[in-house]
Design a protein around this ligand. Structure first.
Ligand code: M6R
Length: 617
C-alpha cells in the first residue's frame, strides 16, 4: 500500500526519487520521506533524512533542489501501525543514524522484537512496526550490509518489501521482498528500485521482479540476488510494456474523470481479437485451455476484493447463464481462511486490477495449496498475482491511477464475459447464440462513447440532478437484481469511497426483509433497472420504496418510458443484452461518485484513509 523507490548511480538522486514518489503516491499518501547517503560536513558520508506528513508535494517543498547524494531511498506511507505523524513516516533510522530503512508490509512479531531490542538499550522513536528493522540490522551489522539485512530478516515474521541504505556504503542499497512487491531496474551506470514499475518507467524499461524471500544487493553496476537462506538465484530481465507510459492526467482535472472517459478505448483493447465472430466463440490464449479442458471444468470460483469482487459477481452469473457452469464469486479475504473445499476439476479466476492485493494473493495461494487451478484476470502486467497464477488474461485497461476503480471494472467484466462466452460456446451455445452475444459485446465501446459524449461532462441534466439529491442525503440506497445487484454494490462502493456518503446496496427484493425500515421521506434510492427479465419485478420493488417516500433515481434502458415515469430523476443508458448491461449501467454511478465528491470538496483521486493497492491483509 505504501510506495518504495530507490536509486544508486551517478546522478543526484533526490529529484529522481521525488519524481518516483509522485508517481507512486496513489498507493498511499499519509506521509512521505527520503533518506540520502550524502557527503558529510566533516569526514566521509552521512545520512540525510527528510520526512513530511501529507502528500508528496509537502516533501517536495522540503527537499532543496541542490540536495546532494547519488544513493537514496524514498517512501510514501499508508499508515498501519501508528498514526499519521512525521515520527512514524519512513525512512526509519537506527540509533547511530547510519542505517535507514523503508518498509512496506507488516512485521507481525514487531512487539516481541521491540521488547527484546529495548531490553538491549535501543531507544525507539516511532510507534511503527517498521522501526524494528533498522535497529535489528544495526545489531547484526559487522561491516557487510547484505549479511546484516539477511540476519535481521531471519528473525522477522510478516510481510515486507524493504530498502536499506548505509552511510558506510555510499554506493550500495539492500532490498528484500516477502509478500510485498519490488522491482529492480537496470540503467546505464545506475540502478533503480521500486515497489511498482510506474515509479521508474521513465528511466528504465528493463527490470527484474524479486520473488518472495529474496534479497538483493544493488550497486550502480547492477545487482546480485539470493534467497534469504543464502542460495543464489538468477532472474531474466523483463521488458516493461508501453502501457506504463501513459499515466498523465492530460486536460482532465482528475484521474478519475479521465479514466471514466477512457472506458470506450480500454474496453476495445480488452476485447480486441478475443471475440471471434466467425465461430460465434471467443479466444483467451492466456488461459491455455483446450475445448476438452473446458468440457472437463465442473465449477468456477471467482475471487477478488472490492470492485474486482463486484466484477466477479457479474462473471459468475455469466458463467452460469452462458456456459451452464456452476459458478460463484467470493471475497478473497473470506475464501482464504475458510478452508474451502477445492476439487481437481474446479477452475478459479483471481480478479485484480493491481495484481498485488494481499487478500487476493492469499486466496490464490490457498487454492493452489489445495491443488486448485487458478488463473489471473489482472490489469498490471507482470504483477505478483499474474506471475503466481502463471496463466490467465490481462484486461488491458492501461494504468489506473485514481484510487476509485472505474475502467478496470468494465474491463474485468468484459474479460469475464469473454471467458463465459468461450466456455459457453464449447459447452452449450450454438454458433448463432454465441455470435449474437459476441456482436453485442463488440458494440459496447461505441455505445459507451456515445453515452459519455452526452452525459460525461454535462453541467446540467439528470446526472447533475441526481448528484444534487445525493449530496444532500444522510443516507443512500442502491438497488438492483441479477447482474444489476452487483452494479448496485459497485455504485454504492464508489459513492462511499469518493464522496464519503453513507450508503447501502441490496438486491432489490431483499429490501422488504428488513432494510426498507431505513427508508423515509427524502431517502434517495438509486435503482438499476435495465430491460432484462427482472425489469418488471424490480419496478415493483421501486414502487415499494416510492410508497414510503423515497426519491428515486432510476437507471433504465433507452426508450423505457414506463420505467422513467417512476423516477424523480431518470437516466437512460443504451440497450444491450442482459449480461452486458453492467458495462453501461455502471457509467452513471461512476459519474455520481465523481460529481458528488467534487461538490463536497473531497480529494477525488486520493480519498481519505485509502490506498490504490492494498498489499496488507
Ligand atoms: O487491485 P485490486 O483490483 O485487487 O483491488 C481490489 C480493491 O482494493 C479495489 O477494487 C478497491 O475496492 C477500489 N478502491 C474500489 O474503487
Amino acid at each position: 500500500m505504501c510506495g518504495i523507490v530507490g536509486y544508486v548511480g551517478g546522478r543526484k538522486a533526490a529529484q529522481l526519487l521525488l519524481d518516483g514518489l509522485r508517481r507512486l503516491e496513489y498507493r498511499g499518501y499519509d506521509s512521505a520521506g527520503l533518506a540520502m547517503v550524502a557527503p558529510g560536513a566533516s569526514d566521509g558520508f552521512g545520512l540525510e533524512v527528510i520526512r513530511r506528513v501529507g502528500h508528496v508535494a509537502a516533501l517536495m517543498e522540503a527537499v532543496p533542489a541542490s540536495q546532494a547524494g547519488s544513493t537514496g531511498i524514498g517512501h510514501t506511507r499508508w499508515a498501519t501501525h501508528g498514526g499519521v505523524t512525521e515520527a512514524n513516516a519512513h525512512p526509519h533510522v537506527d540509533g547511530t543514524e547510519r542505517i535507514a530503512v523503508i518498509h512496506n508490509g507488516i512485521i507481525e512479531n514487531f512487539a516481541a522484537l521491540r521488547d527484546h531490542l529495548q531490553e538491549e538499550g535501543v531507544v525507539f522513536r516511532s510507534e511503527t512496526d517498521s522501526e524494528v528493522l533498522p535497529h535489528l540490522i544495526r545489531k547484526f551489522y559487522k561491516g557487510d550490509p547484505l549479511e546484516a539485512a539477511r540476519s535481521a530478516l531471519a528473525l522477522v515474521h510478516g510481510t515486507w518489501g524493504i530498502a536499506v541504505v548505509f552511510a558506510d556504503h555510499p554506493g550500495v542499497m539492500i532490498a528484500a521482498r516477502n509478500g510485498s512487491p519490488l522491482v529492480v531496474g537496470k540503467g546505464d551506470g545506475e540502478t533503480f528500485l521500486a515497489s511498482d514499475p510506474h515509479a521508474i518507467a521513465n528511466y528504465t524499461r528493463q527490470v527484474v521482479y524479486l520473488e518472495d524471500r529474496e534479497i538483493v544487493k544493488i550497486t550502480r553496476e547492477g545487482w546480485e540476488i539470493s534467497r534469504l537462506d543464502g542460495r543464489p538465484v538468477s532472474h531474466v530481465l523483463h521488458e516493461l510494456g508501453i502501457e506504463l507510459g501513459s499515466s498523465e492526467k492530460g486536460l482532465f482535472p482528475h484521474y478519475m474523470l479521465k479514466e471514466i472517459h477512457e472506458q470506450p478505448e480500454s474496453l476495445s483493447r480488452c476485447l480486441l481479437g478475443r471475440v471471434v465472430p466467425e465461430t460465434g466463440g471467443a479466444k483467451l490464449g492466456g488461459f491455455d485451455l483446450s475445448p476438452r479442458d473446458i468440457v472437463g471444468i465442473r465449477r468456477v470460483g471467482i475471487l477478488g476484493c472490492g470492485t474486482s469482487y463486484h466484477a466477479g459477481q457479474v462473471g459468475a452469473v455469466a458463467m452460469e447463464q452462458l456456459a451452464r457452469l456452476p459458478a460463484f464469486a467470493e471475497i478473497a479475504s473470506e475464501f482464504r481462511y475458510r478452508n474451502p473445499v477445492i476439487q481437481a476439476d474446479d477452475l478459479f479466476l483471481a480478479v485484480s486490477q493491481s495484481g498485488e492485493t494481499a487478500d487476493t494473493m492469499g486466496a490464490v495461494q490457498e487454492a493452489q495449496t489445495k491443488g486448485g487451478r487458478v488463473m489471473g484476470v489482472v490489469n498490471v502486467v507482470g504483477s505478483s498475482i499474474a506471475r503466481t497464477c502463471g496463466r490467465g488474461v490481462y484486461v488491458h485497461s492501461g494504468p489506473e491511477i485514481a484510487v476509485a476503480s472505474t475502467k478496470a471494472f468494465t474491463s474485468q467484466v468484459a474479460a469475464l464475459l469473454v471467458a463465459a462466452l468461450m466456455f459457453g460456446r464449447t459447452r452449450v451455445l450454438g454458433p448463432g447464440e454465441g455470435r449474437a452475444f459476441g456482436d453485442d459485446l463488440l458494440a459496447v465501446p461505441e455505445r459507451m462513447a456515445g453515452w459519455l459524449d452526452t452525459y460525461g461532462m454535462a453541467h446540467h441534466g439528470p446526472i447533475i440532478d441526481a448528484v444534487e439529491l445525493l449530496t444532500k442525503a444522510r443516507f443512500v440506497f442502491f438497488l438492483g437484481r441479477g447482474v444489476s445487484a452487483a452494479v448496485a454494490m459497485e455504485g454504492a462502493l464508489k459513492l462511499k469511497e469518493v464522496a464519503y456518503i453513507p450508503c447501502m446496496s441490496y438486491p432489490a427484493a431483499e429490501m422488504k426483509h428488513g432494510p426498507i425500515a431505513l427508508i423515509d421521506a427524502n431517502t434517495p434510492v438509486v435503482a438499476i433497472v435495465p430491460n432484462d427479465l427482472m425489469r418488471d419485478k424490480t419496478l415493483s420493488n421501486v414502487q415499494e420504496v416510492r410508497a414510503r417516500g423515497a426519491r428515486v433515481i432510476l437507471i433504465h434502458t433507452e426508450g423505457d418510458h414506463e420505467a422513467a415515469r417512476l423516477a424523480e430523476v431518470s437516466i437512460p443508458v443504451p440497450k444491450a443484452s442482459a449480461l452486458i448491461t453492467p458495462l453501461l449501467t455502471v457509467l452513471p454511478l461512476q459519474l455520481f461518485a465523481y460529481r458528488a465528491g467534487l461538490a463536497l470538496g473531497r480529494d477525488i483521486d486520493r480519498p481519505r484513509n485509502l490506498a490504490k493497492s492494498v498489499t496488507v491483509e
